[in-house]
Design a protein around this ligand. Structure first.
Ligand code: ZN
Length: 248
């Protein structure tokens, strides 16, 4: 496995606080990370606009992170953000003038992705072209570090099937990751995006995807995508995926 060596071993690089849709304060998130003896975490609240969802600015966010990180000095805390892709041209929700300030930038595919999750073409070939183009443009963005929970299409694309993701298609996308030096997040809650599939199907299919990316030399990170302090460092399902990869 090629883990991204920019990050520490006991890390959790994806979590949300009350600055977006998380339940707990930044202070409680960082205190929990210190209690759990995490080596490194990133607070990665959603940013869809100039301000966070609680109305506070990026500078206020940084100040709260710095204050708590100083107080619980033993854990390294990255000032992160999670943006979302807006279209297959690679537009993202994080304002251009803010993006440079963050130490870690995650971008996901979610409900706003035009041409993929919204106004998707009826023709599957066109849809796959849009997906490929979106990955290509996203991976070309020098500000982006990690693609969050890639291929989380179960809830986003009507009638999505893992069969659509042929090996040649995955290799093409992996090439964009390598070219743009992007990391692939093995997100602990990945299965949540596929409510209609049997758990073993999700695990086996996702392990297949991970194996293709791994053999292409793409680097991985681990993230809980936790929305409360109790989930920090939770990698139980990420480890299920890693086990499934080695058995495939
Ligand atoms: Zn998230």
């Amino acid at each position: 496995m090629n883990f991204d060596e920019r990050f520490k071993r006991k890390s959790d690089l994806h979590m949300h606080s009350t600055y977006s849709d998380g339940q707990d304060s930044i202070e409680l998130m960082i205190r929990t990370a210190a209690m759990n003896k995490m080596e490194e975490i990133a607070i990665t609240d959603h940013l869809y606009d100039e301000r966070f969802m609680n109305g506070k600015s990026v500078d206020e966010y940084f100040r709260e992170i710095d204050d708590a990180a100083d107080h619980y000095g033993q854990v390294k805390v990255l000032k992160g953000v999670e943006g979302t892709i807006l279209d297959s041209d690679g537009g993202i929700s994080i304002p251009t003038k803010a993006i440079e300030k963050f130490e870690l930038v995650l971008v996901d595919f979610a409900w706003k992705a035009k041409g993929i999750a919204v106004d998707a073409p009826l023709c599957k070939t066109d849809l796959m072209k849009n997906i490929s183009k979106a990955f290509k443009n996203l991976c070309a963005n020098r500000h982006v570090d990690i693609i969050a929970h890639p291929f989380n299409f179960g809830r986003l694309i009507k009638n999505f099937s893992f069969d659509w993701l042929k090996e040649s298609f995955l290799e093409e996308i992996a090439g964009y990751f390598i070219e743009g030096n992007k990391s692939f997040e093995i997100m602990n809650d990945q299965w949540w995006w596929f409510p209609e599939l049997h758990p073993d199907v999700v695990t086996n299919e996702y392990a297949r995807i991970l194996n293709v990316f791994n053999s292409c030399g793409v680097k991985f990170t681990i993230g809980s995508d936790s929305h409360s302090h109790q989930g920090i460092g939770n990698r139980v399902y990420s480890d299920v995926l890693l086990d499934a990869m080695s058995k495939a």
